[in-house]
Design a protein around this ligand. Structure first.
Ligand SMILES: Nc1nc2c(c(=O)[nH]1)N[C@H]1C(S)=C(S)[C@@H](COP(=O)(O)O)O[C@H]1N2
Ligand SMILES: [Mo]
Length: 261
């Protein structure tokens, strides 16, 4: 079984390398970081009646954390750095005082939370390295509410398989594509202890270039999974009818859905 597993992982790694370059290989050296292993966990989770417990106790290793002195002086802002939609601009002018984070979809208890309410919730702070598929990295300190806290409050229905982030920015103007930025992650990543909805970076209120008012940190994934300008979170069973159907803005344009490192 272990032999089969490592063979599958090696095959998968080889396949990924072609698509994403050496970045993935550099970091993908642990069993549990491998896409195959995550898929197995997911399957086990679906087969198991106490699925949530498997996700919660899956003990997925933490991403490496750094110290204050490692924080990059210059953390590049990438992709959208200033959403232009009238709705977003209005929220920005009001310092997001009237902005609400909606959490809905397949949940028993939909939530609508103000930034003030989110800031008042117990938070977690971590210093981690961000790796962009374009080949740059930067270390920053992030503070935010664990996504698991909010998902537990919202109470996922049993058929939920992915968490969807809908963002405020439309890359139509700057890129080839059409449509709003969005991303999906599986429940293993959603309930990972380092997955947080960050509202602070390096000890300060999250700036617009880095995703104000809220951006997600998923520390074992590449940068493009970490949606900025989050307006709405949905629990979904599948993503084939969202966007172009591949689970995210960049996935719709050819990137791998599983960008684990
Ligand atoms: N809404 C939104 N989220 C996004 C992007 C974007 O363009 N729009 N770019 C992604 C990419 S490719 C990266 S590397 C990171 C960049 O985050 P940063 O601007 O804080 O460096 O955000 C990701 N999340
Ligand atoms: Mo990126």
């Amino acid at each position: 079984m272990i032999g089969d597993l490592s063979r599958m992982i090696i095959t998968r790694r080889t396949a990924l390398t072609g698509v994403m370059g050496s970045l993935l290989l550099a970091g993908c050296d642990r069993l549990s970081a491998s896409p195959t292993f995550a898929k197995l966990l997911e399957t086990a989770e679906r087969l198991n009646k106490t699925g949530q417990r498997v996700v919660l106790s899956s003990n997925r290793p933490l991403a490496r954390v750094y110290s204050k002195s490692d924080i990059s002086l210059n953390f590049k802002a990438n992709g959208t750095v200033r959403p232009v939609s009238p709705d977003y601009r209005k929220h920005q002018e009001e310092s997001f005082a009237n902005w609400k984070l909606e959490i809905g979809g397949l949940v028993k208890n939909p939530l609508s939370l103000s930034l003030e309410e989110i800031r008042a919730m117990p938070s977690r702070t971590q210093i981690t390295r961000h790796d962009c598929v374009e080949g740059w990295s930067a270390i920053g300190e992030w503070t935010g509410v664990p996504l698991s806290t909010l998902l537990e409050r919202a109470e996922l229905m049993p058929n939920v398989r992915y968490i969807l982030f809908r963002c405020a920015d439309d890359l139509t103007n700057s890129r080839d594509g059409s449509g709003l930025y969005y991303e999906t992650i599986d429940l293993v990543d959603a309930f990972h202890p380092q997955t947080i909805l960050a509202h602070q970076m390096n000890g300060e209120t999250l700036s617009v270039p880095h995703g104000a008012p809220i951006r997600v940190r998923i520390e074992r994934q590449l940068g493009y999974k970490m949606a900025k300008y989050i307006m709405r979170i949905e629990a979904v069973e599948e993503f084939s009818k969202i966007g172009l159907g591949r689970g995210g803005f960049w996935e719709d344009r050819g990137y791998e859905w599983y960008a684990g490192i």
